[in-house]
Design a protein around this ligand. Sequence first.
Ligand SMILES: C[S@@+](CC[C@H](N)C(=O)[O-])C[C@H]1O[C@@H](n2cnc3c(N)ncnc32)[C@H](O)[C@@H]1O
Length: 249
Amino acid sequence: MVEEELKKGNQFEGKEEYIKDVFTEIAEYYDEMNEIMSMGMVQGWHKFMMKKAGDIHGKRCLDVGTGTGEIAFHVARTAGAGSEVIGVDITPRMLELAAIKEAELDLPVKIDWRVGDALALDIEDNSVNLVTSGYMLRNVTDILQAVSEMHRVLAPGGKVIVAELSKPKNPIVRFGYNIYMKRVKRMGRKYDKGKSIDGRQSAYEWLTTSIEGFPYGEDMVKVFRKAGFDDARFYVKSFGAVNIYVGTK
Ligand SMILES: C[S@@+](CC[C@H](N)C(=O)[O-])C[C@H]1O[C@@H](n2cnc3c(N)ncnc32)[C@H](O)[C@@H]1O
C-alpha cells in the first residue's frame, strides 16, 4: 500500500539537479512569492508548527530543506538561548540568503546553516529533539527515505513536524483552489519568465504541478508510520491547502 503511494508523486530522471536549479533560479524572489502564493497565511502555519513542538527550550533542533530559513527562525525564537538550531538545504544559494536575513534579525541563537541532502543527513543518530521541514518533501526523489532520515536523527521522545501542500477535499473549495493555482502559475511567470530549466518546465510551473500525484493526508501519514512514527497524524490548514504532519519517535 505504502509502496504504491511512494510510486506516486512527481519522480523523474535528473530530478535532484533540476530541483537545485529551480531553487537557485528563484532564490531571490522565493520569500516574496511565498507570501503572495499563501495569501499571507504562511506565518500562521509556521506558528502552528511551533505550538505543536511543545517545550523545546534549550534543545537541539533541525530544519530540513530550510531554504531561506523562515521556519528555522521560528524554531530559534522558540528554542531560545542555549539551544542549537541547524538548517540543512541542498541549494547553497537559498542558505546564503537565509544567512543574510539572519544577520538582520535579533535571534537568541546563531543558526548553523549546512549544505546537505535530506536523504543522507550528516547528523548523528538519536541526537536531535525536534525536526521541522516545510514544503520540501515534494522536491525529494525518495519521500520515505527523507522521512526515515528525520526519524533516525531524532532522539527517543523527539518530534517531527512537517508542512506540505495538499489539496482541499471539499468540491466547492477545490474548485476555487484550482482557479487560484492557475493564477499562481501566471503570477510565477512574471518572476521566472516561464523560462525552461534544463529543458524541463519553468520553476513556478513545477512548484504548482508538483502537487499532482503527491501523497497527502492519510496517504502521507502511512509514509510517516512506515518510517517509524507510530503515532503520526496530520492537521488540515487553510481548508486543506496545507497539511501539517506530526509524529513522535
Ligand atoms: C519550497 S522550498 C521550502 C523552503 C523552506 N522550508 C520554507 O518553508 O520556505 C524547498 C526547499 O527544499 C530544498 N530541498 C529540495 N530537495 C532537498 C534535499 N534532497 N535535501 C535538502 N534540501 C532539499 C530546496 O533547495 C528548497 O530550498
